[in-house]
Design a binder for this molecule. Structure first.
Ligand code: OGA
Ligand code: MN
Length: 218
């Protein structure tokens, strides 16, 4: 995705869903929405993830390049596949079209200056988790908004575990059940969060970040 595409001019039409998300982010640092995609689109995206899995595209996620795999596993246990602009399947293109519309809307209404994005699929097998953290790295503060979109089986419940727990500053924690089609958007630099251990099944998602500036600034 280049800057020009993100700034493509479209006639402005107020979007109630996007407005809701913006209101939530402004008041509570996070937003949880279940209608960003239609049910059949969620199924299509789930199929696309499963296809990538059967292509053996996933790799163990790391938390940095100076730690060993054992330390990584004690912090996060998921497997990821980065979605690259130049090799997307048609269903994955659908995901980005909607995200791009959201980004254009944000830039137009909130002057957020989102210039770049990065997204990956994530699979958390049974027994894995991601310990409490925030989504920014010491030398890279470009991540502005985190987006997690769940592609789990339709019968996913609390029994399956894998809840996303959000820790808003000074407020009680929020436990989010990752039901399919649910999207959680939050401030990357502020909101601490964790993924609880998966107890049953495989936890599937698309996770990504909307970032400011195109270049690495250090
Ligand atoms: C992450 C993360 C949350 C989730 O990948 O950084 O916190 O619910 N994911 O998968
Ligand atoms: Mn995170």
């Amino acid at each position: 995705m280049n800057t020009q595409e993100l700034f493509e001019q479209v006639d402005f039409v107020e979007n109630p869903l996007f407005e809701n998300i913006i209101d939530d982010l402004t008041t509570s640092q996070y937003s949880i929405v279940d209608t960003f995609f239609e049910q059949d689109e969620v199924l299509q995206l789930r199929e696309a993830l499963l296809q990538r899995q059967s292509d053996s595209a996933f790799k163990k996620a790391a938390i940095g390049n100076r730690v060993n795999e054992e330390i990584d596993r004690s912090i996060r246990g998921d497997y990821i596949f980065w979605l690259r602009d130049d090799s997307l399947k048609p269903d994955e293109t659908l995901f980005f079209e909607r995200i791009n519309a959201f980004v254009s809307y944000l830039n137009r209404t909130c002057f957020m200056g989102i210039m770049h994005k990065e997204f990956h699929y994530a699979i958390y097998p049974k027994g894995t988790f991601y310990k409490r953290h925030i989504d920014t790295f010491q030398n890279d503060d470009r991540r502005k908004l985190s987006i997690v979109f769940y592609l789990n089986d339709t019968d996913w419940t609390t029994e399956n575990g894998g809840q996303l727990v959000l820790y808003p500053d000074g407020k009680p924690e929020i436990s989010v059940v990752p039901i399919p089609g649910r999207m959680v958007i939050f401030e990357s630099q502020i909101l601490e969060h964790e993924v609880l251990e998966v107890k049953q099944g495989e936890r599937l998602s698309i996770t990504g970040w909307l970032k400011t500036r195109g270049d690495f600034m250090g």
